[in-house]
Design a protein around this ligand. Structure first.
Ligand SMILES: Cc1ncc(COP(=O)(O)O)c(C=O)c1O
Length: 488
């Protein structure tokens, strides 16, 4: 058994407050709805569809804040936020620029532009080896800007089937003639889809229109890395005129974490000159907010002229930009480098712990556990901080309860975030996690595997593991349903 941490010795008493709110929010609304005006009844009906599908969102405070649970869920991967490093640097940055107004006073194209913002964009562009950068309010807005502004009529978009919702939303508003998905991270599928486009689109074949490819450096729900170099090589094989295929890379989950000084995958692979557009968002490892699109001056001018999420919005104020600027300073410093190495070591340690656990082979064979990134873990040169844990779909909630009861806050992910039938637990590693945390995580997972194996194989009388039973007893008392409820 691992040495438990000070605040977490007793684990979380289930249901934790956030879980209790979620379960209650999910109960169907019936009688009370009848008395509502049509306007609200229609909204409640739409929400009932979500409730019935177990995928209603509730805004709750995470157990990492309310119970001091171990953080396997936040995006603060380098712990620049929780360590206070970002706050200290941000306050120093504000002190260096004391005469700011908190707001910008207008849109960038009117009177909301200012030199501090422009300087920051130059710093960002230089950091990523690009000609220019354009700051936007969030990664979501930045992807919207890219996909509405960049594709021209007659262009074709090829996208990895697992790209983020913001890319889908942006593509819906794009002028491209077709949007074609290809199998996730699959170079062969990419090559075949590209060849199909070459055959079916004469203007593209003649070099008069482009294929624009949407990929992510690290995928948020798979935790794997894009084989970007291989995609490039495939594009060159299919298209003699390589320039007809241009890439847009979303580095939301890689900026700060991989590449030289955390500059991202494109810089790691030295593809800065080849990739047309890169999106870096700052709400995760950079411990700030907002995003930047880095590209050349032609693409930037297209964004400035055609992207509504840039044109019709107030420019960010100096404090918002100062947080981005301080993140860029911190991320290149030695402590951030050490934090990146730590995350790599913790990830390796996790896979080592799993691989050496006596129950792993049987848990995998019998489908109690499936960790897609275990394949070839020993040979991998870069690990990501995102660990996806699959079990049988019906067990995802049970595993989540078990982790929570051991004070491990890792989120269950369900449809519509992932396709139906692909529910999973996502555990994110942080530089502030310790080796004991990793042991606690793996210990808890395998204790749970042992429990469900005993249940499935009839070695025990009960039908539900201990942590889930605690939740379900409370639900029964409260007259609640859902969340994998099975009565013992
Ligand atoms: C891959 C990806 N792109 C873009 C975004 C949106 O970024 P932001 O949170 O800055 O809006 C996210 C957010 O989670 C993401 O995972």
């Amino acid at each position: 058994m691992v040495a438990l941490m000070e605040n977490n010795d007793s684990g979380i008493i289930l249901p934790s407050e956030d879980l209790a709110i979620r379960v209650k929010d999910h109960q169907l609304h019936h009688e009370a709805m009848m008395a509502l005006p049509t306007f609200y009844r229609n909204l409640e009906e739409a929400l009932n569809v979500r409730r019935a599908g177990q995928n209603l969102y509730s805004v709750v405070t995470s157990t990492i804040h309310t119970w001091g649970a171990i953080d396997f869920c936040s995006g603060d991967v380098l712990s620049l936020g929780t360590s206070g490093a970002q706050r200290a640097e941000f306050l120093a940055e504000l002190a260096r620029n004391p005469n700011f107004t908190p707001g910008s006073g207008g849109a960038r194209l009117m009177d909301g532009n200012y030199s501090y913002l422009e300087q920051t964009e130059r710093i960002i562009a230089q950091f990523h080896g690009a000609e220019t950068a354009l700051v936007l309010g969030s990664g979501y807005e930045a992807n919207g800007a890219i996909w509405t502004a960049i594709p021209r009529p007659g262009d074709v978009i090829l996208y990895d089937e697992m790209v983020h919702a913001s890319t889908h939303e942006g593509m819906k508003n794009s002028l491209a003639i077709r949007h074609l998905p290809f199998l996730h991270n699959n170079v062969e599928a990419f090559r075949n889809t590209l060849a199909e486009v070459l055959d079916s689109q004469p203007l593209i074949k003649q070099g008069k229109r482009s294929v624009i490819v949407a990929v992510e450096a690290i995928y948020s729900m798979e935790g794997d890395i894009c084989p970007l170099k291989e995609f490039f090589d495939a594009a060159k094989e299919v298209f003699v005129n390589g320039e007809s295929v241009q890439f847009v890379v979303d580095e939301a989950h890689s900026v700060g974490i991989i590449g030289p000084n955390g500059a991202g995958l494109v810089c790691e692979l030295e593809l800065q000159k080849e990739v047309a557009i890169v999106m870096h968002s700052f709400g995760k490892a950079m411990a700030a907010g907002g995003a930047a699109v880095v590209c050349n001056s032609t693409a930037r001018a297209a964004l400035v002229n055609f992207a509504k999420s840039f044109i019709y919005t107030t420019a960010p104020g100096l404090p918002f930009v100062a947080a981005i600027r301080s993140a860029y300073k911190l991320v290149a410093d030695k402590p951030a480098q050490e934090a990146r190495e730590r995350v790599q070591n913790l990830a390796r340690r996790f896979y080592q712990e799993v691989a050496s656990h006596p129950l792993w082979p049987i848990a995998e064979r019998k489908g109690f556990l499936n960790l897609p990134q275990m394949d070839g873990w020993e040979e991998r040169s870069i690990y990501t901080h995102i660990i996806m844990i699959h079990t049988r779909d019906k067990y995802t909630w049970w595993l989540y309860y078990q982790l929570l009861s051991a004070s491990c806050c890792a989120y269950p992910v369900h449809h519509p975030v992932v396709p139906i039938g692909r529910s999973q637990i996502r555990a994110i590693l942080h530089s502030s996690n310790t080796e004991e945390h990793i042991e606690r995580l793996t210990d808890t997972i395998f204790r749970w595997v042992e429990e469900v194996m005993d249940i499935e194989e009839g070695r025990v009388a009960q039908k539900v593991p201990v942590a889930a039973r605690t939740v379900y007893e409370w639900m029964e008392k409260e007259g609640l349903n859902g969340f994998g409820l099975v009565r013992d």
